[in-house]
Design a protein around this ligand. Sequence first.
Ligand code: ADP
Ligand code: MG
Length: 384
Amino acid sequence: MSATMILPPATLGMLGGGQLGRFFVTAAHELGYQVWVLDPDKNSPAGRIAERHFCVAYDDYAVLDEFAQGCAAITTEFENVPAGTLDYLAKFVPVRPSAAAVAVCQNRIVEKSFLRDHGFPHGPFIAVNTENDLKNAPVELFPGILKVARFGYDGKGQATVNNREEALVAFGHFKGEHCVLEQRLALDYEVSVVLARDEQGNVRCFPTGENRHTQGILDVSIVPARTTACVKSDAEEVAARIAEKLGYIGTMGVEFFVSRGRLIVNEMAPRPHNSGHYTIDACVTDQFEQQVRALCGLPLGEARAHSAAVMVNLLGDLWYDGEHYHEPDWAKLHAIPNLKLHLYGKHHARPGRKMGHFTVLGEDAARVQEAALAARAAIGIKDE
Ligand code: ADP
Ligand code: MG
């Protein structure tokens, strides 16, 4: 056990104040900690339930000094916190995960190069820094997907490009942002592994989930994934080795493609992951409690799922009928006794914005899937 356990009523620092931060605050409160949140959004969902909300930019160094002085340890929920901020804070107080680990996951060029250099399974790609890189791109990368190297999320900053000409046009639209060009893979399905790793290098993987995306945004996660024991254990083993190579401390998510039967790493998230939300209701310890435990040097909790689970994301589209915004008919969901609803307290519903999720639980995986898809339809989510 760590000699440097941080115990309540210590104050923990959270960089970023979205729903992932909000769940962290709740988990930390349950264990007796206080939390300070730093996020420039005055309506930050996490900021509203934390002991203090520092509503400033991530590089406001005068405020970072005060933040570091008041926190026993600091973590993040937002992968785009400048690595320089994490490095600066780490001079005063433990920061987990480290700036170096976060930096790899922040930039798709660095991330894909990391996968290649360490021999992890990854799809064909090139870094695109100039038009010439596209002019010289191997022809087998087409049809491909051009993705900005930084600040993309939920399918934003991506263009499907059928050929070199389309790639050049798309690169122009990204206004000189550095990019990666990936081959567009034939996906059998997608899976992800959320795990936690502590200071001593112990790793606990949550059960592998199967993810369905709609328009580049996670729609549904199914646990256990409907795949072979072999794919599940390979995914967990690869995810654990990635965490180890990154020297990662905390909770992280690793997204995979299964393409023509082969497991391929898509990307890593240096934070709890949307596909791990099912752990809140279906696992002995959830991904946010693991984040608190890893941050504070406590032993990790058991990651076992005690139920089959299907998580459904609730996007802002559900609030919008094409003309007006109105509150969805929650009674339809409350009527289902094995359904757990989570709303994030965001002020404005916008199409594509993650507003909440629900998880359906049960012993029989097939029945849980049926019930979750029926609930999804009942609340008004349409299939494309
Ligand atoms: P984000 O950071 O927005 O999650 P991803 O790179 O994970 O970006 O892409 C979002 C989704 O788009 C993926 O989950 C997958 O469904 C699809 N996608 C991304 N890259 C590829 C690819 N190379 N081939 C096929 N589908 C892809
Ligand atoms: Mg992704």
